[in-house]
Write a new protein. Sequence first.
Lengths: 103, 257
Amino acid sequence: MKSNYIFILVLLTLFSFSANAHSTSESQAEKALQTANELLAKTIVAGHQWNTIKPLIDQSKKALQAKDFNNAISLANEAIDQSKLALMQAESEKTNWLYSLPK
Amino acid sequence: MATPEQDKQTFQNFYSERFPNIALEDFTDGVYALDQDARSQWEAMSDFPPYEDDLELGEELYNTAFKNGQHYASCFENEGDNIRQNYPRFDIDRGMVVTLELAINECRTNNGEEALAYKQGDIAKISAYMASTSEGSLINVTIPDNAKALSAYEAGKQYFYSKRGQLNFSCANCHVQNVGRKARSETLSPALGHTSHFPVYRLAWGSLGTLHKRFDACNKQVRAQPLDGQSEAYRNLEYFLTYMNNGLPINGPASRK
C-alpha cells in the first residue's frame, strides 16, 4: 500500500515537471518570435529586409500553433540571426557603398 | 562629392572603356549589345515582337475617355506624345520623384478613376504605348537646383551601389563591376541603357512589366525583399539610373528573355 502511494507521488511529480517544461518552452517560443518580429521591423526601417526572414517567422508561428515549441524556437532563432546580419549589412553599407563607385 | 553630371560622365566613360567597340547608343540593347549569340535570337524574335498586341491595347486604353469625358492626354504636356524621355521628373512642389507610371495613375485618380495596379497589366500597356511615341528621343532627365531633388538623386545612387539581400549583392556588383560576365548561363547586362526600353516584355514573365517589376526580380535574385511599386526607394533608384542614361535614345517597349 505504501509503495502504491510512492508510485503515485512519483508520477504526479513527473507530470508536474513535464507541464512546467511545456509552459517554459511555449513562453520561450513566444519570446523568440517576439524578438524575431522586432528585429525584422528594424531591418525594414533600415531598408535592408531580406526575403528569407519573414518566411522563417511565418513557419515559426505555425510551429508554435502546432505546439511544436522546439521547432518554433529554432526557426525564430534563425530569423533573429538573419535579421542581425541584415542590420549589420545596413550599417556597413552606410559607408561601404561609396567604394563601389566606378572610377 | 561629385555632381550628378560628373557621376554621369564617369558612369558612361566606364562602359565606353570597358567595351570600346560598342557605341554609346547601342547599350540600349542591353545584353544583346554584348552577346552576339543572344542578339541573333533576339533579332529573330523581334520580327514579330511579343508585346505587339499589348502595345495596341495600350494605345486603345490611352485614347479611351474617362467617365468624366477627359483623356490621359489632358494630364500631360504635349498631350502625352513624345514625353517618355523626360521621365522620371522631380516635382518641386511635392518634393518627390514622379515616374511616368505614377503620373499615369495620378491622371486617373484626378479624373475620378481608380488607380491601376503597378508593375504589370494595363499600366504597363499604357506606359509602353507612351514610350513608343518617344522612340529615338534622347533621355533628358533633369535634376533641378533643389536640395530635395539632389537628395532623391543621392538616395537612388546609394540604393544602386549598396549591397543588400542574403547574397550581399548590390545592383552595381552585377551590372557595373561584373558586366558582361556570366551569372550561371546568363550574361550580366550593362546598367547603361537599362532604363531606355521599359516597359519590357520578358519571356520569363509572359507579359509586359515595368522597370519596378524588374527591380523586384533583381531583389529576389539576391534574396532581398522587393519593395512596393512606386515606393520612394524605387522611384529614387529610377531617377538616378535614368539620369545615368541621359543622352541615350528611348527604344521601348522591348523584349527580353
